[in-house]
Design a protein around this ligand. Structure first.
Ligand code: ATP
Ligand code: MG
Length: 729
């Protein structure tokens, strides 16, 4: 059977082990995710398990989408019935069905970060708390920490040791009360409520247990205790749990992930079977060898050795630029030359430790006209939810003289008619498009005339038109941002995202709305059409998009993904590994950074490029050196190019002093330490979070001020280092 033919012996064993709990532990690229998807197909096709009896939990929405696609590849439409989702989306589903037992209505509200802040704002007002002393970020993490450890507001108050804690506990109490009044759940609550319901309501637990015969959890090494408790409660005596993970890729311990959970799996699930996969199918020999050698430097790990049969002469290229201006230029140049040699842009990824690092890269790529996309980041008008929102707006646009047909509305209709799901099938859409063409008008006009479609589809089309028309009648009376909020709420689009816990998408939409509010402010006479026209300058370009772009992302976002050619950018000590892991975090923090490097290197299939730069770093406020992670790679895997061979930095300092860096001659590490210590907690090189500007990195300290590089939008800012809105990450 072709399904199983493509597997090696261990993979086959894992796929066909269907009568016991199963743990698959294996290094990167060994086919863990592939085993899960194949196993799902095998269960359905060979063991005749109903698809809806199978659950698979993954780590991110993107991973869930990819897993669904892979299963669809095997099974076609049958795959639809398999439940593949993140743990948060799963909890939302469970709660929508069963939250009643907890005294909450099914249409509970899911709160996002903005909602949380607005509750805190009220709390601060009422309790007279000063936001300068108690920043939202700090109090929200305080609340989250307590909640996920099952410490309620009363207990938190009882435990409070000093005035500040008492104040935060009071805010916590206010926050919880407000949430309860509005039947609101924050993201922690999704897990906590699910946990309580499953634990305390046997009938609900049994119902959900009965629902699944086979449960799978991918990326199990990054599961935290609360998530694990929920998963455990879903397993009944005769259902089977399959967990898949790689302890060397645990990169979320800072958020509570516990690698012990996968290591001790057998204690909770005796008689379970463990399969170890040791052949890597993703990467070439030099890439794999380098990754293996790198991760061996972690002391706190279980030895395992992956091998590959993908021989290659292509060594890992390591480039050190003279300074950080030239590093991204080299990357861009290399990408161009790869592209000229036939490599598709989409098969190239550039990975970095922190978001702020993309700035230099973006500039170099733009200069070279290399199309790129930042995954989880800046390329705003590219994102699906933004296009969806703009499509809704397009439907609201009034007719322009001379454009009676308004055919541009066809695209908009096609894009959003089923967002949220309205049960309008491909066939119906096809008929609609034909009818519009025959009648020489656009699809929305046909819908508006009424009576289109059959049965349920007909009903939901009528509702859809009603929503659009209601908003349309407000075009002249409310502002464009209000209009967009209205149509996205009324249409159920926002609710759809909230239900799926699509935090990032919701944030993007909020950003779009605030962007439009800005536009309205600056163009008081601007009409909806004017706005759409202006925006089309950005989005039209994207419409031509053929998927040909280089992908930029943080390493955390690259988890589980693979690319032909991977660049890991800015591998300087202090940046990656970050300063804190070197100076304060101890062995554990450094080992987590190393695991992150292991994740980064093992994303590459064919070629891996590592880059760093010498010269003075504003971020570190000192001369840079190549990351220790590069030095941990065996010499024979590496091809050194660029400024100078590694490890030769010390003898080259003169060169730098002679080339404009002489003023730095007496900047010793010791001096830097000294000054930064005097400034209290925040130090150069620290990753910080500001309540308004978000994540940033401390470039240097000037007196009481910290000079911080934030995301592009906010740029470099000077902020009082002791300011309450500022926190170390
Ligand atoms: P990660 O730890 O990064 O999540 P993984 O262990 O989940 O990696 P997969 O993504 O499942 O690995 O597989 C890595 C690559 O190897 C994929 O392209 C997959 O299709 C391929 N692969 C896995 N097993 C085989 C096999 N037996 N034959 C051919 N290709 C395989
Ligand atoms: Mg995987």
């Amino acid at each position: 059977m072709s399904l199983l033919e493509q597997l090696n012996q261990q993979q086959l064993e894992a796929v066909t082990c269907v009568d016991r709990h199963l743990r698959i532990i294996a290094g990167a690229g060994s086919g863990k995710t592939r085993v899960v998807t194949t196993r799902i197909a095998y269960l359905i096709e060979q063991c005749h398990i109903y698809p809806n009896k199978i659950l698979a939990i993954t780590f991110t929405n993107k991973a869930a989408r990819e897993m669904k696609e892979r299963v669809e590849g095997f099974l076609g439409d049958t795959a639809q019935a398999v439940m593949i989702s993140t743990i948060h989306s799963f909890c939302v589903r469970l709660l929508r069905e069963d939250i009643l037992v907890h005294g909450y209505p099914r249409n509970f509200t899911i709160l996002d970060a903005d909602d949380q802040r607005s509750i805190l704002r009220d709390a601060y007002k009422q309790l007279q708390v000063d936001v300068k002393t108690y920043s939202y970020h700090r109090v929200l993490s305080y609340i989250s920490n307590n909640k996920t450890n099952f410490i309620d507001a009363n207990s938190a108050l009882a435990r409070a040791n000093y005035e500040g804690e008492r104040i935060m506990a009071n805010v916590y109490a206010f926050y919880e009360k407000r949430l309860a009044e509005m039947f609101g759940l924050d993201f922690d609550d999704l897990l906590i409520f699910t946990y309580h319901i499953l634990k305390e309501h046997v009938e609900v637990r049994k119902k959900w247990q009965r629902r699944f015969a086979y449960l799978h959890v991918d990326e199990f090494q990054d599961v935290d205790m609360l998530q694990y408790q929920i998963i455990k409660m879903l397993v009944k005596e005769d259902s089977y749990l399959c967990v898949v993970g790689d302890p060397d890729q645990t990169i979320y311990t800072w958020r509570g992930a516990q690698v012990d959970i996968i290591m001790n799996f057998e204690k909770d699930f005796p008689h379970s079977h463990t399969v170890i996969l040791n052949e890597n199918y993703r990467s070439t020999q030099p890439i794999l060898q380098a990754s293996n050698e790198l991760i061996k430097n972690n002391r706190n790990r279980i030895e395992k050795e992956l091998f590959t049969r993908n021989e290659s002469d292509e060594r890992i290229v390591h480039f050190t630029a003279m300074d950080d201006y030239n590093e991204p230029i080299w990357v861009a140049g290399k990408i161009l030359s790869l592209h000229h040699n036939g490599v598709k842009y989409r098969d190239i990824a550039v990975l970095y430790r922190s978001n702020y690092l993309s700035r230099g890269l973006e500039k170099a790529l733009l200069d070279q006209h290399i199309p790129y996309r930042i995954y989880g980041g800046v390329r705003f008008y590219d994102r699906a939810e933004i296009k969806d929102a703009l499509s809704y707006l397009r439907l609201l646009a009034p007719k322009v003289e001379g454009d009676d047909k308004e055919l541009f509305k066809n695209l908009a209709v096609k894009r959003i008619i089923n967002l949220p799901k309205r049960g309008i099938g491909a066939k119906t859409l096809e008929t609609l498009e034909q009818e519009a063409a025959v009648k020489d008008t656009n699809m929305y006009e046909i819908l508006k005339q009424g009576g289109f479609g059959k049965g349920k589809a007909k009903e939901s089309i009528a509702k859809f038109v009603e929503v659009i028309e209601a908003s349309r009648s407000c075009v002249d009376t409310i502002s464009i941002d209000q209009l967009l909020s209205k149509v996205l709420e009324d249409s159920g689009y926002m609710e759809m995202l909230r239900n799926d816990a699509e935090i990032e998408r919701l944030e993007n939409l909020k950003e779009l709305i605030s962007d439009i509010a800005n536009y309205v402010e600056n163009n008081p006479d601007g009409s909806l059409l004017d706005y759409l026209q202006e925006i089309s300058l950005y989005s039209d370009k994207e419409d031509l998009d053929n998927g040909e772009f280089v992908q930029l992302m943080t390493i955390h976002a690259a988890k589980g993904l693979e690319f032909d050619r991977v660049f890991v950018y800015s591998l300087c000590d202090g940046i990656f590994p970050n300063e804190r892991s070197i100076n304060e975090g101890g062995q554990q923090a450094l080992e987590e950074e190393r695991r992150l490097a292991y994740v980064a290197f093992t994303r590459a299939k064919k070629q891996l490029f590592l880059s760093d730069s010498y010269g003075y770093s504003y971020v570190l406020d000192k001369l840079k050196t190549t990351s220790r992670f590069v030095k941990e790679i065996p010499q024979d895997c590496l091809q050194e190019v660029g400024a100078k061979p590694r490890n030769s930095f010390a003898s080259d300092v003169d060169t730098y002093q002679g080339s404009g860096f002489s003023s730095l001659g007496n900047t010793t590490d010791e001096a830097i330490e000294h000054t930064s210590k005097k400034k209290g907690k925040i130090r150069k090189g620290d990753l910080v979070v500001h309540d308004v500007f978000g994540e940033g990195i401390v470039i240097k300290l000037e007196g009481e001020l910290a000079v911080i590089a934030f995301d592009k939008k906010y740029g470099i800012r000077k902020i009082l280092a002791t300011h309450a809105s500022l926190h170390k990450k």
